[in-house]
Design a protein around this ligand. Sequence first.
Ligand SMILES: *[C@@H]1O[C@H](CO)[C@@H](O)[C@H](O)[C@H]1NC(C)=O
Ligand SMILES: *[C@@H]1O[C@H](CO)[C@@H](O)[C@H](O)[C@H]1NC(C)=O
Length: 346
Amino acid sequence: MKMSGDKMLASSPMLMFLLSLLMASFFHTTAGQVGVCFGQKGNNLPNPREVVAMYKLNNITRMRMYENNTEALNALRGSGIEFILDVPNHFLKLFADSQTEANAWVQNYVKNYHNDIRFRYISVGNEVKPGDQGTALFQAMQNIDKALSDAGLSNIKVSTTTYMGAFTETFPPSHGRFKDEFLNFLQPAIHFLAGKGSPLLVNIYTYFSYKDSKNDDIPLAYALFTETNPRVLDNPHTYQNLFDANIDSVYAALEKSGGGSLDVVVSESGWPTQGGKETSKENAKTYVNNLIQHVKNGSPRRPGKPIETYIFAMFDENDKPEETPVERYWGLFSPDKVRKYDVTFN
Ligand SMILES: *[C@@H]1O[C@H](CO)[C@@H](O)[C@H](O)[C@H]1NC(C)=O
Ligand SMILES: *[C@@H]1O[C@H](CO)[C@@H](O)[C@H](O)[C@H]1NC(C)=O
């Protein structure tokens, strides 16, 4: 008995080690992977075939795309890249009003590609606001979901992308809740996502909170993940960076709205290199590389649970409005395919 007991003791560290290797490789190959948004509001971008080659060369294994662009969908065939496709906001009303139109869209842009493209989610809408689009959102989600299941594609999850502007009282994070005018139209969507075990997609930009903060009450380091001491105490949690505070305020809001079981996917995050306060390649490099490492470990409210995250964006986009120069310079790459700063994805 003693012998085998000793053997157990001797072998268990080995077992733990092997297990931890297994776990590490599991997270490494799935949940820990960070994707990049392929925004296309530029008139000088490389063609989609070159773009997909750039993703592969740089070990970027996930993409979010905002338009049902057939050239890009064809380029993605066989790439192995996992993919989020948006239903653009201007189609929400059309698809809410017509199951036939929703079916056609799913047929043309999902079903026709699903053998060769690894769809993760269809995001019905991006940063949808109260008003006509908000009113149409839930019905559009339902119609796209029905179109997918009728096409035999119920494994592809439907969600929607919201943003920090939909939330209020996000400080301290536990006080976070949806603004009433957003909850009005998002409540049925939250219920739907909870019922399906699907995540909510949320764009989280510490940059904008930092830029818009009054009296400098958000220090740059807190926004860039370089703060070395806890800054916010929200019993029992402490916060050392604004990204965690933001995502946990979203979790707090979901818990108050029947969505406590939902995962949050960070569908956009990044830092611009020019055009505004504290924009630089140096700060962007710091933010993006810290983000990639940070999301492997979850947030205080969901410790140890990797956060699926997409960096905004692949390229600088010169078709964004000139009045808001900061919108144009979020790229990891310039349109001539030159890397603006070093990022390590794997
Ligand atoms: C991509 O991954 C491969 C294999 O792990 C590595 O050799 C290569 O340097 C990586 N490329 C970049 C641009 O990080
Ligand atoms: C996307 O789908 C809509 C609706 O089916 C269609 O009208 C539009 O032309 C498509 N967009 C692109 C870029 O192909």
